[in-house]
Design a protein around this ligand. Structure first.
Ligand code: TGC
Ligand code: FAD
Length: 397
């Protein structure tokens, strides 16, 4: 007789292949043994240990869905299981990895020239070159189509563009070696992607100041990208893709990864809240877990994890068959991020005053999950993407 597993209530593991199970186990083991012991200090100090990316590279966890160029070539579901394992420890660690894998390696693989792929992908897969993705600007977040960053032919350097503009809230930017910057070509007004290599930028043309004192995602580094007539060789522009579908195609993979990642964070909240509720006693020596209101919080969260995980597995399978639409990805990104934040906030109550101590970890997850609901399309923006698809009416403007 099968027994109910509270860690996997609807048995999603039965849907995984042997290879996906093995990848998930490798990622979980690494994350719990090597990442988890670092996270408290990293979060307190707002410090990202760059060796993490190299360690992940050694295990083949970076750009894992890419075929060739030193990458593992696994399924989208396996890629999502990696983000789930990383985000079980911390959303900031997952963020640093998602940007590297989905938002920089992904577009180089999808849109880059053969030279760009060979130059960047193998080193990025090893975690020796770090990437950042610059789309959001100080005046344009949800509406990146209105961006002001501009690229024009360089006035003195033949074969170069000159990039000017500012990007903000950019994960990894202060420490990135290669910054994928989306800017409008002055001559056409169309958005194009440029690979800006920090080592080649003359002094004063590229600045990447950190945004300090964040109250979420403190274990990842976030900053700005400021470009002042920065020369970038034409060979570093993606040759063919133009318009918003360039950056948005990469976002499809990253948003998919987040949909499973946040399930990992919520699973960690459930496990910690369950342990706490079983140990903490109030009113005549009863454990908190004895009380119905506490049990409902755990039941709600376990149900949302089970449903959210199954939905993401389904979308991942369709993605690999070329049958997933961007709206499906909006649906699982929005639903799982909202559910993770809502349930994490409810589970936080179980810890009473101890929730305020970072050593119980739940407050860190809650602060992080607010960010996951905001970046890569805030949840209300995904509602409008879905509403447009349902009604045929555009409600953004
Ligand atoms: P819209 O008219 O909808 O689309 C313009 C063109 O883009 C195409 N497109 C897509 N293509 C592929 N996949 C998608 N998901 C796509 N969404 C749109 C579309 O087909 C069209 O192509 P074409 O050929 O007809 O020109 O454009 P809009 O300006 O009306 O867009 C509105 C909206 C709200 C959908 C869009 O702007 C949006 O999604 N806003 C949210 C912004 C966002 O997600 N920013 C993410 C920044 S990166 C980030 O947060 C990284 S955090 C990483 C981490 O740390 O983990
Ligand atoms: P706004 O666009 O100003 O929106 C504010 C609020 O208004 C939101 O709730 C939004 O839903 C709502 N709103 C906006 N327009 C509408 C509308 N038409 N109808 C209804 N409601 C609306 N960006 C990158 O490019 N690269 C990165 O690596 C990256 N990393 C990030 C890391 C962190 C820690 C954070 C916090 C953000 C990061 N971002 C990154 C930026 C992120 O994508 C944006 O913050 C996000 O897209 C929202 O943009 P905004 O902050 O400008 O909010």
């Amino acid at each position: 007789n099968p027994a109910f597993q509270w860690e996997d209530p609807l048995g999603f593991k039965h849907l995984l292949t042997e290879e996906e199970l093995a990848i998930s186990e490798t990622a979980e083991r690494y994350c719990q043994e090597k990442m988890a012991p670092r996270v408290l200090e990293a979060y307190r100090d707002e410090h990202y240990d760059q060796r993490i990316l190299e360690e992940m590279g050694d295990l083949g966890l970076l750009g894992a869905t890419i075929q060739g160029y030193g990458c593992a070539g696994v399924s989208s579901v396996a890629g999502g299981l990696i983000t789930r394992a990383v985000e079980r420890v911390d959303s900031g660690y997952r963020s640093a990895m998602s940007v590297q894998s989905s938002l920089v390696m992904g577009p180089i693989y999808e849109f880059g020239t053969e030279e760009q792929k060979e130059k960047f992908l193998p080193e990025m897969a090893k975690g020796r070159l770090l990437g950042a993705f610059g789309l959001t600007e100080p005046n344009h977040g949800s509406d990146p189509g209105s961006m002001e960053s501009v690229a024009k032919p360089h006035p003195t350097k033949k074969g170069y563009y000159s990039l000017s503009g500012a990007k903000t809230w950019i994960t990894n930017s202060p420490i990135a070696d290669v910054l994928l910057v989306w800017a409008k070509l002055q001559e056409t007004g169309k958005i194009r992607g440029f690979l800006v290599e920090r080592k080649d930028c003359p002094p004063g043309t590229l600045e990447t100041p950190a945004i300090k004192n964040k109250n979420g995602l403190r274990a990842s580094i976030t900053g700005m990208i400021q470009l002042d007539n920065c020369p970038v060789p034409e060979a570093n522009m993606f040759p063919d893709v133009e318009g918003l579908k360039g950056p948005f195609s990469c976002l499809n993979s990253a948003r998919y990864g987040i949909s499973l990642g946040v399930m990992g964070a919520l699973e960690d909240c459930i496990a910690r809240a369950r342990t706490y509720a079983l140990e903490r006693k109030q009113f005549k020596g009863n454990p908190l877990a004895r009380y119905q209101l506490v049990q409902k919080k755990l039941a709600d969260a376990a149900t949302d994890v089970a449903y959210g995980t199954l939905a993401s597995i389904q979308v991942g399978r369709l993605k690999d068959e070329g049958k997933a639409t961007p709206e499906m990805i909006s649906m699982v990104k929005r639903q799982n991020c909202d559910a993770a934040l809502r349930n994490a906030r409810a589970l936080q109550e179980i810890f009473g005053g101890n929730a305020v101590s970072d050593e119980y970890h739940i407050g860190r997850h809650v602060a992080n999950l607010f960010v996951t609901q905001t970046y890569e399309g805030q949840s209300d923006i995904h509602s409008l993407i879905l509403g447009r698809a349902i009604t045929g009416i555009q409600a953004f403007v």
